[in-house]
Design a binder for this molecule. Structure first.
Ligand code: SF4
Length: 356
């Protein structure tokens, strides 16, 4: 089956950021190595992250497990306590825990979660789930829920007749569409989707991505898309931020990052995409080993134990700062002109072909 959808309009997103993070850290305490494990130590899951999201834009946040991308996503929506730094939503400081600011976030943002079935209440039908959200947020006059629920189900490509079913009677893809409909029910200014396709079959993943592309086109959805699949991020996102051990190591327009990655970690992630031509993979883009524990970060650049380009200053100097030039930034001491791993196929916003 091929789903044909219009390509995204080339019009740029609004310049005004709706969401900004400024030097945000999020820390957890973990048992340390002290006597009987009683001492605690701080683990920085997010370490000095700054980013912004403009209206109508899709920002991809990528990285391996443990990179801090999901913690960052939750912190952006007030679901995780920010230790230092600030999160600002539409001009309102929301990271200081004030009730009014958090209420604004609840009212105007939404999250789509990884596990579609478990993120829905198993006792409620689809209609009841969506009607409850509409009631709580006062989105329709009393008695108007049924019509709006049917509209929402149509918007995400579901037959409104499925509204009488409970989650266990739906497929994974249908559950995730309900999850997206629930997010859209609050008419959010911003949606954060956290690994929302990771648990789905490949063909269903394609359907959900096509749905997001369609929503970008039809309602100008502003989306932060957290994922570890760079091929999908490339198709869906206007800009991409690459995280490694709690820091953003590269950030910029998606095609600029994929065509000429500046950080060896980004190059290695791109080189590992199965669809990239093997002849285009450069040996120096290979990445060895696992990331170090966030509880025992190496000195210098945290990526140096895995980096083919590492030199003495990488091991002993201060961690490189993310420096931006013309909207593209990276945190590495390599000279800006260093070619790491070009990626040949422009694919942004292409609708996926889906085999039934
Ligand atoms: Fe590699 Fe050094 Fe750049 Fe870190 S700073 S990514 S170790 S070259």
């Amino acid at each position: 089956m091929r789903i044909v959808k219009p390509h995204r309009s080339p019009e740029p997103a609004s310049e005004a950021p709706i969401l900004e993070a400024d030097d945000v850290t999020v820390s957890f305490t973990a048992p340390g190595g002290g006597f009987l494990g009683l001492s605690k130590r701080e683990v920085r899951a997010v370490n000095g992250v700054s980013l912004s999201v403009r209206r109508g834009e899709t920002l991809g946040i990528v990285g391996e497990s443990g990179s801090g991308k999901s913690t960052l996503g939750r912190a952006l929506l007030g679901l995780e306590k920010v230790g230092s730094g600030h999160v600002t939503f539409d001009g309102i400081r929301v990271s200081d825990g004030r009730r009014a600011a958090l209420a604004t976030l609840r009212r105007r943002t939404a999250m789509v979660f990884q596990d579609p079935a478990n993120s829905l209440n198993p006792r409620l039908t689809v209609n009841e789930t969506l009607a409850e959200v509409l009631r709580v947020h006062g989105k329709v006059p009393r008695g108007g829920e049924a019509a709006r629920v049917a509209e929402l189900l149509s918007l995400v490509g579901l037959d409104p007749a499925l509204g009488d079913r409970r989650p266990r009677a739906l497929s994974g893809g249908q559950c995730q569409r309900v999850g997206i409909a629930r997010a859209l029910a609050v008419e959010p200014d911003l949606v954060i989707a956290d690994e929302c396709i990771a648990a789905l079959d490949v063909s269903i993943q394609g359907q959900i991505i096509n749905l997001f592309l369609d929503l970008q086109e039809r309602i100008g959805l502003t989306l932060v898309f957290i994922a570890h699949d760079l091929a999908i991020v490339r198709r869906l996102c206007d800009r991409v931020a690459v995280m490694y051990l709690g820091r953003i190591v590269e950030e910029g327009p998606t095609e600029a990052v994929f065509a000429a990655p500046r950080h060896p970690y980004t190059a290695a992630l791109i080189a590992a995409i199965p669809e990239i031509d093997p002849d285009m993979r450069l040996p120096d883009a290979a990445m060895g080993g696992e990331p170090p524990s966030p509880m025992a970060l190496p000195d210098g650049c945290a990526f140096h134990p895995r980096c083919a380009h590492a030199e003495e200053p990488c091991r002993t100097g201060a961690p490189p700062i993310l420096a931006r030039r013309d909207g593209h930034g990276w945190a590495c001491i390599l000279a800006p002109g260093t070619l790491l791993s070009p990626s040949p196929t422009p694919a942004r916003h292409q609708t996926l072909e889906i085999s039934a």
